[in-house]
Design a protein around this ligand. Structure first.
Ligand SMILES: Nc1ncnc2c1ncn2[C@@H]1O[C@H](COP(=O)(O)OP(=O)(O)OP(=O)(O)O)[C@@H](O)[C@H]1O
Length: 456
């Protein structure tokens, strides 16, 4: 049997809460900082040393309490050691990936997906365990990473290629394809700092995918591009995969995962809880998402993103009489009330509706459809979205929520609430129950064209 391209053994990664930007988490990081600013970093290195001692203490405490595992609760939630403020972003992960495998890494917010890809891309070191990579890795993890802001698009393409170990001639050969794919032709000689985030992603993806990596690692970044560009990227990743390369792909997009990956690894609370054929892993993940939406109290959930100054406390579905309801009938006028943890100046909210297969069905985004009472300086802790007629067909849906204040994303929760839609009246007429209903009912009308109309 051939040697796997990636071997991960007992991999764990601990972070110390609150020191994200202050302290490097590797000795190499500390050393680089030292060279830049010796005095400040003397202090940093002392604290790094303390951090590593704390990690060792936490680990040995864990070994005492649960033989062979780390000092972390096994509750599927975020693993935080309260005494030392250590977050175990990854815990005891092991797997192998062979050449040509296309693997989707799946999980709730904060499950450890990005950390895993950062370790595999050598952006951060593991705290314990090891990851052996046998091949040239090209990764695209965050918008703009890997680009030097002051250099032009052209210069960045050459810099990235050189980092990947390619010769100038090799990059020259790929250059036109990269530029054509990215669509940033006109801005090639503009410094990347002037690019929009969409342009950066386009160029970064084009570079990562065209520079012949043996292993291509892509994080959620595709979410930034438009639907057309996303399709193009999926197509390109399929080409890369078909040419025998290995692809690791983090995404919440079920359609993209299904079309690209054969295998899925599901992370939960930093642990790998399922590794198998993608459809099975994805279905398990989606059903767990739906049950989280139906059962867990939104206010106390920790698997959320955003800055966190304000959080969404609760989401209620209300009927015409403003009474909270659990099920909605197709065609029913409905209001969604989003309760915020504090009074916020002009909050904005996005609700995204997915069906039980993870397909993105529709969205209600106050940033796109301006608020009816669009008054400046309104402070409120409840934002309401009224839907004159629910066009969802009977079935189970989940709603992801995002909350923004002054353009900053403050909260982001996947599967924040579940909606059960039952049969009702559509455009005034009773809905006939049938198998195989689509998810959405577009308003429409059928007429017979009379012969007379045909001639006209
Ligand atoms: N540099 C850091 N310092 C402290 N904690 C961190 C750091 N990076 C990640 N974490 C924490 O580690 C956990 C795993 O984070 P990670 O970003 O890997 O999750 P994720 O599955 O990629 O989440 P998302 O889907 O929201 O991007 C989270 O609780 C996160 O807050």
């Amino acid at each position: 049997m051939s040697t796997p391209l990636i071997t991960v053994e007992g991999l764990s990664k601990a972070y110390r809460i609150g020191l994200k930007d202050e302290i490097p988490d590797t000795f190499m990081g500390a050393l680089t900082g030292w060279l830049q600013s010796p005095l400040r970093n003397l202090n940093r290195l002392r604290r790094l040393n303390t951090f590593h001692k704390e990690v060792a203490t936490a680990r040995s405490a864990g070994n005492r309490s649960q033989q062979g595992s780390m000092a972390a609760p096994d509750d599927g939630g975020l693993s935080t050691d309260i005494e030392t403020d250590i977050v175990w972003a990854l815990q005891d992960i092991s797997f192998e990936i062979n050449q040509g495998e296309v693997v989707g890494v799946i999980g709730h917010n904060g499950a450890g997906k990005s950390t895993l890809l950062k370790v595999l891309s050598r952006i951060t070191d593991p705290t314990t365990g090891r990851a052996v990579i046998r091949g040239r890795v090209s990764s695209l993890l965050e918008v703009g990473t890997g680009f030097h802001a002051e250099l032009t698009g052209r210069e960045n393409v050459y810099m990235n290629g050189t980092i990947l170990g390619m010769t100038k001639r090799e990059i020259d050969r790929k250059f036109d394809d990269i530029v054509e794919f990215s669509g940033v032709n006109k801005f090639l000689d503009t410094p990347v700092k002037r690019y929009s985030s969409g342009m950066k992603v386009r160029l970064a993806f084009a570079v990562a995918a065209h520079l012949d990596p043996e292993i291509l690692i892509i994080d959620e970044v595709l979410a930034v591009g438009d639907a057309g560009f996303q399709r193009k990227c999926i197509g390109k990743m399929q080409d890369v995969a078909q040419s025998g390369r290995t692809v690791l792909f983090v995404s919440h997009n079920a359609v993209a995962l299904r079309s690209l990956c054969q295998r899925g690894i599901l992370l939960q609370g930093g642990r790998s809880v399922m590794d198998g054929p993608l459809p099975e892993v994805l279905d398990f993940y989606l059903s767990s998402l739906n049950s989280v939406a139906a059962q867990e109290d939104l206010a106390t959930r920790t698997d959320r993103g955003g800055k966190g100054d304000f959080r969404v406390q609760a989401i209620e579905i209300r009927d015409e009489q403003d009474v909270a309801i659990n099920t909605v009938a197709t065609g029913q006028p409905t209001t969604v009330a989003v309760q915020i943890s504090d009074s916020v100046n002009c909050p904005q909210c996005a609700l995204r509706v997915y069906d039980d297969k993870g397909h993105f069905i529709t969205q209600f985004d106050s940033r796109l459809n301006s608020l009816e009472d669009d008054l400046p300086n309104v402070s409120t802790d409840v934002i309401r979205c009224s839907v004159p007629e629910v066009l969802l067909m009977p079935g189970h849906y989940r709603v992801d929520v995002e909350l923004f204040a002054e353009g900053v994303r403050q909260d982001q929760v996947k599967a924040a609430c579940a909606i059960e839609v039952i049969s009702g009246r559509l455009h005034g007429r009773p809905l006939k129950d049938r198998n195989n209903l689509p998810s959405i009912a577009h308003p429409h009308r059928w007429v017979y064209q009379t012969p007379c109309q045909k001639e006209a």
